[in-house]
Design a protein around this ligand. Structure first.
Ligand SMILES: [Ca+2]
Length: 325
């Protein structure tokens, strides 16, 4: 993709995320007034800390209540998995991103991705976020993606699980996600993303980048515990166009839309920087006032892909088109 087009997409994505956030904050104008006043009284960092708390309160109605996960529907063993039992990333399945934001990942953020920040040891993948000057950036981080390698086939009914422990801190933006048809060209399936400043909840989102209003469904899953203190399972199921997202065994989000009609990739990374948070007053990442303890890690115990044992495993003979809710 041409550089200017990538930048356009990055800007477009940032704009869409801003729009989503504004939609969720139903009393945005009054909040911004409150935020401005708070910031004046307490400084930008403390006001930013308070902002997600307000968002949590105002979006609590979006939380889907607990529903037990269906058992017995999925193959007893994964169709594919990476247990991260080796000593390095399996390059047959994954590519580690090197360089600044852009390309297939993380437009508008403020880190340089390095191979050195992606390690495998002790049975887990470790994505490391560090405060260090490198490549013209003040921070480094890691990202791996399976695009062009380990892809989930189109029209497959599947359950994708990430068992992970999240980082915690200002400006950290960990994500477990993927795309149909490449970067921002079709569906985007965000199994987990969150701000490191609020590691007790995560966003789970289905986007469709072929639409102007790209956000099909977005939920805030509130864990009630600090997700940076232990491993939890973040999962996404697709069954005949129905999408279900889970945090551990809790069904936290669902919608009926359509099956991915092209192969889906997987991405694991930590971005750093405020990006869309800047739009509501969060200051840009600033090493001089960064209170975080570094390094911070996104640890992933495994990624497992299950397919169904029932009749839904048969893909349709031809594209079924949209299944609008
Ligand atoms: Ca493992």
């Amino acid at each position: 993709m041409a550089k200017h087009l990538r930048r356009t997409h990055d800007i477009r994505r940032s704009a869409k995320q801003i729009a989503t956030l504004r939609l969720l904050i139903t009393t945005r104008e009054s909040i911004q007034e409150w935020f401005t006043a708070t910031r004046a009284n307490t400084g930008p960092l403390r006001s930013w800390l308070l902002m997600p708390t307000m968002s949590l309160l105002l979006t609590g109605m979006l939380i889907v209540l607990t529903t037990p996960m269906a058992l017995g529907q999925w193959s007893s063993t994964p169709t594919w998995s990476d247990e991260f039992n080796g000593s390095s990333v399996n390059t047959a399945d994954w590519t580690a991103k090197v360089g600044g934001p852009g390309g297939n990942c993380c437009g508008g953020t403020e880190q340089y991705f390095r191979n050195e920040n992606v390690t495998v040891s002790g049975g887990s993948l470790h994505i490391r976020a560090s405060r260090e000057s490198y490549g013209g950036f003040n921070y480094t981080s890691g990202a791996i993606e399976s695009i062009g390698k380990r892809m989930i086939p189109a029209y497959t009914d599947y359950r994708l699980e990430f068992r992970a422990k999240l980082p915690s801190g200002y400006w950290l933006w960990p994500a477990l996600w993927g795309f149909e048809a490449g970067y921002m060209s079709g569906l985007e399936l965000d199994t987990m993303e969150t701000w490191g400043v609020q590691p007790t909840s995560v966003w789970q989102t289905l986007h469709d980048w072929t639409l102007a209003a790209d956000t099909i469904k977005q939920c805030l899953a509130v864990a009630g515990v600090d997700l940076s203190q232990g491993y939890h399972i973040y999962a996404w199921e697709v069954i005949n166009g129905q999408h279900k997202m889970y945090l551990d065994s809790t069904l936290t989000c669902q919608t009926t839309y359509r099956q991915p009609q092209q192969p889906v990739d997987m991405k694991i990374n930590i971005s750093i920087g405020c990006n869309y948070g800047c739009s509501v007053g969060m200051p840009p990442a600033d090493p001089a006032q960064d209170p975080n303890t570094y390094p911070q890690y996104l640890d992933v115990d495994y990624v497992r892909l299950y397919t169904t044992t029932g009749p839904d495993t048969t893909p349709p003979a031809s594209p079924t088109g949209l299944k609008v809710q």
